[in-house]
Design a protein around this ligand. Structure first.
Ligand code: SF4
Ligand code: SF4
Length: 454
């Protein structure tokens, strides 16, 4: 099948979680969420085993883990798609509202594991999701663009409020700040703190008002442009007026706390693991608390209570380390399957991990295969975002991004020079964090093909 024909069929239906794969073929991919009412970040060992069976039989024998608590299966023939969806349904998994113009996973941080948590982020996430999930009023075509909402259970903001349409952050005394209008892509916007010290009962209405305003504005570029149009004060006034007309029902559900002394973090390679590796992780989780946490770093976290023997590579942390995790290398899917991809992000992610290991560095690196920025490179401590210049693949280099702040663009290099850039920047972590652009430019200026940003 020609890519153009496949694209016409699937593009408008992306909110159902089905994508076309790159090239003229009959392959599609499925992005999968937990079913309605479940914690979006908790994947049971049984579910992981089901995904492995599906991928082995109908996919490419691998599983891709995303930066929003989703899992993707690739290499599925169109003719097998409906059967695959039935199998996912039996495993309490569901692709709808994972992609396209929909309200995506309301992503909570793992507050049930983290001792710094001030609130139950999972319960709040379920409360907010119930208005949006499987609701055609908040899906394409009525919703013009996707909405991303996250909940961070303390001021560390691990759920990256800086780039969310709605980034909820629990503050002292059980109140909340709400960051609005962030987003990456061709035009990256850092969110602004639009509401301060609000009550939990207001958060659902704020989220609904933002989705409703996006619909009224028919803004296909996302809520960040609505905020840009009206400015901070006016947007806030409009939303507050709209909130007065929104009613919500009471929601009470408490998430069980998990008292794990240790958490094993299994890294992926640019999001990928083989089904053999996932089965091994599923086995370890079955012997412990029965689930893994897939939050927003393409890493599988397994809380453990018994001694674990495995040949897989992992990092051991304590729950109190959650607020300051180091050494994660994340990337989007890249040109293995994604149509607009410019580079093989997975190869780059593996190369970056190798350089960091050689240098003994634990800096966080994020990589995107094109300007759509699915790898969120703008918030990496070091970010690499692929682009084309004069027919050549290049990487834009960003430094000093974090949960609340966009990184600054330093310059760009030919894509195959990324290793040298990472090697040099990994040695000057403080300079990177403090966004000392002049010093960083001096450090990189003799890397072949480097040009500094204007
Ligand atoms: S440190 Fe991070 S994971 Fe822990 S409660 Fe705070 S935001 Fe959540
Ligand atoms: S950033 Fe570009 S290459 Fe990467 S997954 Fe998104 S669209 Fe594809």
């Amino acid at each position: 099948m020609r890519f153009a024909d496949k694209y016409k069929v699937y593009y408008p239906q992306r909110f159902k979680g089905i994508y076309t794969s790159r090239g003229d073929n009959d392959l599609v991919s499925v992005r999968i969420r937990q079913k309605e009412g479940r914690d979006p970040s908790k994947w049971t060992s049984e579910q992981l085993n089901s995904l492995c069976s599906i991928s082995d039989k109908y996919g490419n024998g691998k599983i891709h883990f995303t930066t929003r608590g989703d899992v993707e299966l690739y290499g599925i023939h169109e003719s097998d798609l409906s059967h695959v969806i039935d199998l996912l349904d039996k495993a309490e998994l569901d692709p709808r509202d994972s992609c396209g113009a929909s309200v995506r996973n309301v992503m909570p941080c793992p507050s049930y594991l983290c001792p710094l948590a001030k609130i139950d982020a999972v319960s709040l996430s379920k409360r907010i999701s119930r208005r949006f999930r499987h609701n055609p009023q908040y899906e394409y075509p009525l919703l013009p663009k996707r909405i991303k909402i996250t909940v961070s259970a303390c001021e560390k903001g691990c759920a990256t409020p800086g780039i969310m349409d709605v980034g909820i952050v629990a503050t002292k005394y059980g109140k909340f700040d709400v960051y609005v209008g962030g987003g990456v892509g061709d035009h990256a916007f850092q969110s602004v703190k639009l509401f301060e010290d609000v009550e939990e009962s207001d958060l659902e209405r704020i989220s609904i008002a933002i989705a409703d305003l996006l619909k009224i504005e028919k803004e296909k570029r996302g809520f960040k442009w609505v905020l840009n149009k009206y400015g901070v004060q006016k947007t806030k006034e409009i939303l507050e007026t709209m909130m007065n007309n929104i009613t919500t029902e009471v929601f009470r559900e408490e998430t069980e706390r998990i008292n794990a002394e240790r958490i094993l973090r299994f890294p992926t390679r640019g999001g990928w693991l083989t089904t053999a590796e996932v089965r091994e992780i599923a086995k370890i989780s079955a012997e412990n608390f029965g689930f893994v946490v897939l939050f927003n770093k393409q890493v599988l976290d397994v809380p453990v209570k018994v001694q674990v023997n495995t040949t897989l590579n992992y990092q051991m942390i304590s729950p109190e380390d959650y607020g300051d995790l180091k050494g994660d290398v994340e990337s989007c899917i890249g040109n293995d399957f994604c149509p607009p991809a410019i580079v093989s992000t997975n190869t780059v992610a593996e190369g970056v991990s190798k350089v960091l290991k050689e240098e003994g560095s634990v800096v966080n690196v994020k990589i995107s295969g094109c300007s759509h920025s699915c790898g969120r490179h703008q918030i990496g401590e070091i970010g690499l975002g692929a682009s084309m210049r004069d027919g050549k693949p290049r990487f834009k280099i960003f430094v000093g991004g974090d949960n609340f702040r966009l990184g600054k663009e330093v310059g760009e290099v030919d894509a195959d020079m990324y290793g040298e850039v990472i090697r040099r920047l990994s040695k000057v972590e403080d300079m990177v964090k403090n966004q000392q652009i002049d010093e960083i430019v001096s450090l990189l200026k003799d890397v072949p093909s480097f040009t500094k940003s204007d």
